[in-house]
Design a protein around this ligand. Structure first.
Ligand code: MTE
Ligand code: MOS
Length: 779
């Protein structure tokens, strides 16, 4: 079963370096996104939110008459209009139209207008009286007030106290680090309209169409079969569209039901940034113990994430964080406690890595800080602690293929020429008092599968038409990551037809039901398994027809490259001829495929089990140069070796590795979310609410040299065509950048100085760390 899933036939279409299936459309501006459908919806109304100007307040009264008097305003949607449940989530803690404003910018009602301008002016004319309430904004404030939400899980193994007592070197500390705005190019968008008999149809920019469907039904008081959600494609999701599209789609759907007209909603950039959730910021306190060789003995830590105003995905994000604190390192005795703070901010949500990066940052930061205190080079310290085959994670799962960790670390060291460059960096630093270079290697181990076992299933629907052309549907969504490209390659491989014969239809809940979010990097694994299953069902039905036509035994028939042949004969039947013949013989040419990941189990109470099908591995070496006067830095070179299994689509995966790395670098070095934390009127307002104040990585922040290599001979048994998920893991390769910064900063201080580096490690943060390093040296 497993080998059949991972085995590739001769001459497969998977593994070919084909461009993204929509590349032509992307670069010519003809790819359609949700809001591009607006011109096809005559009479559509536009929705505009009224955003509250308080971090926390009770809504005393809401008067809409003024808005209705504005020309072009058609309706104001309030809580009183909701026929079903006034809640935008599945946790029932997320009122769609709130009586209590929970963060600055929270939408209290929505105005529908003939034009966007009319709706905007209408929102200005709504009168709301608020009773301001006390608010909590920072993690420090929330922890002091003991303001938490949801479960407080603990991952533990052995006896952390005993391990710490046993350790010959003990250190303790704390770190707090920031969140990240998704900044997908396409902001949140939905268009809803009614088909005949009240059937609700919603176009939504969503990573989770089935859940969008459920929430729309929940708000409207309908059943799932009354609502269809379609996602053409997204202009980026990055986790930001896993949960948060639902309420927005529900507002559009509510408007459509109440007015009978299509309703379009698209947040502008500032609305998107001030209303929707981001990566969770975290705070962590820790105690760590090492033996004399620098081997980790024990770790005890408490991680507190800033969940914002409601739970959203905060609990699973925290679980993944706790399951990734170990990253690539074996820690014998561990106790990791987690909790989610409730603050008056946007509801923080999924973001590439889903808490994994935050968990890993804690231990990478510890290793970077402690290396000088132990007198061991940081890269050597990391090497010494890498998992070895046979060892288990703190949550009880064996680290399968742990030898690949060493392999990627060794290979990237060699490709980067790390030994020679360490020496030249030292020479450079000795010669330059005001500029210092840093060089660091960091590994990645990232668990693939949803922790929540039930999500690890997928469906597909494949049609072969009489002319031999193939149309596939699957449950995954396309957000730029190339999932559709891979699915076409999987179908072409499984049916043995050229890629050009396979077309893909947009993701819709009435084609493939009960789908999981396209998330946790599992899109290709899960949907690929389902597409392959559907294709194989069809192929099995074609097989006797082919055997007859070829006069061969069924076991000798081969499907490849658009024709069907039999081993040992020259006979061949073109695919369309075979399909036509099968149709005439009344053969079903369409199939629903299904896949569920085998062998997973997870106990979320004990936080133990085997939640992951496998681990994705990678390692990066980065070198950079820091200016001692300003803290400014330049990224000189990064080398990456990443394990994508046998890649389904090498060009797509290369893009994922590069993009993930750059996005991680942005999170760790540039992107800084600031809220107004004063006691003034604007307390709680997001100050960095557009690209002018929120710095994203661009070409100038790319390393001057970036070398990406995919690990070879990396077949992953038990995954579709031997591949591995690649969407999220590369983001964490960016730790090499932050650790290289730490290395460079250390060069401004005396040997043995432990560098504490704020995160994001902006030039400003680096500057202050340099000042501290200089003072430690008495300079
Ligand atoms: N790549 C692009 N271009 N755009 C995106 O929005 N999202 C990332 C990753 N790569 C994203 C992306 C995230 S958060 C995930 S979980 C995966 O893609 C999801 O897709 P997959 O499961 O098909 O890899
Ligand atoms: Mo990705 S954060 O799992 O959508």
């Amino acid at each position: 079963m497993t080998t059949a899933l991972s085995e590739r036939p001769a001459n497969p279409v998977v593994g070919r370096a084909v461009p993204h299936e929509s590349a032509d459309l992307h670069v010519t501006g003809t790819a359609l996104y949700t809001d591009d459908l607006l011109p096809r919806m005559p009479g559509a109304l536009h929705a505009w939110p009224l955003q509250a100007p308080h971090a926390h307040a009770r809504v005393r009264a809401l008067r809409t008459d003024g808005a209705l008097a504005v020309p072009g305003v058609v309706r104001v949607l309030t809580g009183a209009d909701v026929p079903g449940l006034n809640d935008a989530g599945v946790r029932r803690d997320e009122p769609l139209f709130p009586d209590e404003v929970m963060y600055f910018g929270h939408a209290v009602c929505w105005v529908l207008g003939e034009t966007l301008e009319a709706a905007r002016l209408g929102a200005d004319a709504v009168e709301v009286s608020y009773e301001p309430l006390p608010s909590l904004l920072t993690l420090t404030e929330a922890i002091e007030a003991q303001s938490f939400q949801g479960a407080q899980p603990i991952v533990a193994r052995g006896d952390a106290a005993a391990g710490l007592a046993r350790a010959s070197h003990r250190f303790s500390g704390a770190i707090e680090f920031g969140g990240q705005e998704h900044f997908y190019l396409e902001t949140h968008a939905a268009i809803a309209h009614l088909d005949e008999a009240g059937q609700v149809f919603v176009h939504s920019s969503t990573q989770h169409p089935s859940e969008t469907q459920e929430i729309v039904a929940q708000v409207l008081g309908l059943r799932s079969h009354d609502v269809t959600v379609q996602c053409l494609r997204m202009g980026g999701g990055f986790g930001g569209k896993e949960w948060q599209p639902h309420g927005l789609a529900a507002v559009a759907a509510l408007g459509a039901v109440l007015t009978g007209r299509p309703v379009r909603m698209r947040l502008n950039r500032t609305q998107d940034m001030t209303m929707t959730g981001k990566r969770h910021p975290f705070h962590a306190t820790w105690e760590v113990g090492f033996d004399d060789e620098g081997r980790l003995e024990a770790l005890r830590a408490t991680l507190t994430s800033d969940g914002g105003w409601c739970l959203d995905l905060s609990e699973p994000v925290l679980q993944r964080a706790l399951c990734h604190v170990d990253n690539a390192y074996f820690v014998p005795d561990v106790e990791l406690a987690g909790r989610v703070a409730l603050t008056n901010k946007t509801s923080q949500t999924a973001f590439r890595g889903f808490g994994g990066p935050q968990g890993m940052l804690v231990l990478e930061d510890i290793l970077g800080r402690c290396a000088p205190l132990l007198g061991i080079d940081a890269t050597e310290l990391r090497r010494r602690n890498l998992y070895a085959p046979g060892q288990h994670t703190p949550y009880g799962q064996e680290v399968r293929h742990a030898e690949r960790l060493r392999l990627v670390v060794d290979e990237v060291s060699e490709r980067a020429g790390i030994d020679a460059r360490r020496a030249s960096v030292a020479d450079f630093n000795a010669a330059h008092p005001h500029r210092k270079r840093g060089l660091a290697l960091t590994p990645v181990k990232f668990g693939i599968s949803f922790n929540h076992t039930a999500y690890n299933q997928a469906g597909a629907l494949v049609h072969v038409y009489k002319d031999g052309s193939v149309l596939i549907n699957h449950g995954g969504t396309e957000m730029g990551q190339g999932l559709h490209t891979k699915m076409r390659q999987v179908a072409a491989t499984a049916l043995g037809v050229p890629l050009g014969l396979v077309r893909l239809a947009p993701t819709r809940t009435d084609k493939v039901p009960n789908t999981s979010a396209t998330a946790a990097s599992t899109g290709a694994d899960l949907n690929g398994g389902a597409v392959k299953d559907a294709c194989e069902q069809i192929r099995a039905r074609l097989l006797p027809v082919a055997a007859d036509s070829l006069g061969a035994d069924a076991s000798d028939v081969r499907f490849s490259d658009g024709s069907v042949t039999a081993v040992g004969t020259a006979a061949s039947v073109p695919w369309p001829v075979l399909v036509q013949e099968a149709y005439l013989r009344r053969t079903q040419l369409s199939a629903a495929g299904y896949y569920r990941t085998a062998g997973l189990h997870w106990d979320p109470i004990r936080m133990q089990g085997e939640p992951f099908k496998y681990f994705a591995y990678g390692a990066a070496v980065s070198e950079l140069e820091v200016d001692g006067f300003t803290g400014m830095y330049r990224f000189l070179r990064t080398d990456i070796v990443h394990d994508a299994g046998d890649s389904l689509s090498p060009l797509v995966d290369l893009g994922q590795i590069e993009g993930g790395f750059v996005q991680g670098t942005g999170w760790l070095t540039l992107e800084e979310l600031r809220w107004n934390t004063s006691d003034g009127e604007e307390r709680g307002r997001l100050i960095t609410q557009s690209a002018s104040t929120y710095k994203l990585p661009s070409f100038s922040e790319m390393p001057l040299e970036l070398h990406v290599h995919m690990l070879e001979r990396a077949t992953e048994d038990g995954v579709v065509y031997g591949s591995k998920a690649v969407g999220e893991p590369p983001l964490m390769l960016a730790f090499s950048i932050r650790e290289a910064l730490r290395h460079a900063v250390a060069a401004f201080g005396p040997a043995g100085h432990a560098v504490e580096l704020a995160c994001p490690s902006t030039p400003e943060a680096v500057f202050w760390a340099i000042e501290t390093a200089r003072q430690a040296g008495g300079a």
